[in-house]
Design a protein around this ligand. Structure first.
Ligand SMILES: CC(C)(COP(=O)(O)OP(=O)(O)OC[C@H]1O[C@@H](n2cnc3c(N)ncnc32)[C@H](O)[C@@H]1OP(=O)(O)O)[C@@H](O)C(=O)NCCC(=O)NCCS
Length: 388
């Protein structure tokens, strides 16, 4: 056999490919076919696996929707019960992980905490395939967050309770008492409404990691890191701060007028995809009103409603409408969830969607490897350090 002949590498023959088009922010680019989530931004509709979110929030519960997102169909009663048992049985945190949580600074940023502990979960993995691990992440993330909250508040740790739902157990572990039915239902709906939202930045980021065939812990850790940025999670916290500044319903008009006149944005308004009302906003608004009545805080709800009206008058003609965050912060506030946990609430709800998209992507995996259009120089003469 003839010897392989290595080609000459002639630096003068470098060819620049300049046909490449730049899509800033990847706007309008589809990276996979998906059967999980459809957002109708003009029509103000959101679908999980073909079901309208408004039907799901009315008739379903979070566990049922997690099953739907992961396996593609609504479960039968037996399937749902068996899935609920599975989730509940995976809630207990390994001792090593609990030890790790107790070694972290009490003033850790909650998103840093969640990112770190989700990453550490891979070190305490008890086996099973990636779907099983994903279900473990969905089951354990709220438990880790509640454990962290108790630890930083100097409260006794609690064991998760298997007879409670995901929402019920989370509230129980946060506050040390089994929640009222109405509170559990509100928490359950809040989880459900944020369980997925197509290829938002964090979901896409998780797919980049998953596409290298790194495991699900690495992929979800990426997602949490991406969600932490202020352009993605966190506007609901800003809405609460804004309502505090407004103070009372009668000050809403002048507040909104002043903000817009000075070129500032109204938090909880506007969306890259929805150019109409965000359907999740309607569901959160209803829950915020229910909870405000329950807590005797209609003043706060009315302040929010007046800000909403004042902003709509001035922004709707530009297709800027309230988004999911306008009332979600109020709902968490009325449930007693500390304000600094706002983004982590988003993360523990979205865990279901992240896992579903990663599993779907692996069915037809392709390494995600875009390129940058090189606009720099080439063939510069190398200058030794002494001569620069
Ligand atoms: C979510 C958001 C980043 C989407 O923005 P986008 O689609 O990229 O739109 P742009 O930032 O290009 O804004 C388009 C126009 O609407 C205005 N606008 C957008 N959101 C606005 C808001 N909340 N309040 C006032 N004006 C707003 C912009 O000032 C801009 O006006 P101009 O064309 O006169 O300059 C933006 O609406 C925003 O910053 N909202 C507030 C933060 C928030 O609620 N985030 C949670 C999203 S779920």
């Amino acid at each position: 056999m003839e010897k392989f002949k290595y080609p000459d590498i002639n630096p003068l023959r470098i060819e620049m490919s300049d046909e490449c088009q730049v899509y800033k922010g990847l706007e309008g680019i589809c990276v996979k076919e998906s059967r999980i989530c459809y957002i109708d931004g003009k029509g103000s509709r959101l679908y999980y696996r073909g079901y309208n979110i408004m039907d799901l929030v009315e008739h379903s519960k979070y566990e049922e929707v997690v099953y739907l997102l992961l396996f593609g169909e609504l479960p039968s009663r037996e399937e749902l019960e068996s899935f609920e048992r599975k989730l509940a049985s995976k809630r207990r945190l390994p001792d090593g992980l609990r030890g790790l949580i107790r070694s972290l600074p009490k003033d850790s940023d909650p998103m840093d905490f969640l990112r770190t502990t989700v990453s550490a979960m891979s070190l305490f993995d008890d086996g099973g395939d990636e779907t099983e691990k994903g279900i473990g992440l969905i089951a354990k993330a709220p438990v880790m967050l509640a454990e962290f909250h108790r630890y930083r508040s100097g409260l006794e740790p609690l064991e998760p309770r298997e007879e409670l739902s995901q929402a019920g157990n989370f509230l129980y572990m946060m506050f040390g008492k089994v929640p009222e039915g109405s509170e559990e239902r509100v928490m359950d709906r809040a989880f459900l409404l944020l369980a997925d939202h197509g290829l938002c930045a964090s979901t896409f980021a998780s797919l980049v990691t998953a596409s290298t065939l790194a495991d699900i812990y690495a992929s979800i850790t990426t997602a949490i890191g991406t969600l932490a940025g202020p352009l993605h999670g966190g506007a609901n916290l800003q809405v609460l701060k804004m309502l505090e500044e407004v103070g009372s319903p009668d000050r809403a008009e002048s507040y909104v007028e002043g903000m817009l006149k000075s070129g500032k944005r109204i938090w909880g308004f506007g969306h890259r995809v929805y150019k109409n009302f965000d359907p999740r906003y309607r569901a959160f608004k209803r829950m915020a009103r229910e909870m405000a009545e329950l807590r005797g805080r209609m003043d706060l709800f009315e302040t929010a409603e007046k800000v909403e009206e004042a902003a709509l008058k001035r922004l709707a003609h530009k297709n800027i409408y309230p988004n999911v965050d306008f009332y979600s912060g109020l709902v968490y506030y009325f449930l007693g969830i500390p304000q600094d946990l706002a983004i982590t609430m988003f993360a523990i709800s979205r865990m279901a969607g992240w896992v579903a998209h990663i599993l779907e992507y692996w069915e037809q995996n392709r390494l995600i490897r875009p390129k940058a259009k090189y606009v720099g120089e080439l063939d510069k003469k190398y200058v030794p350090i002494e001569e620069r």
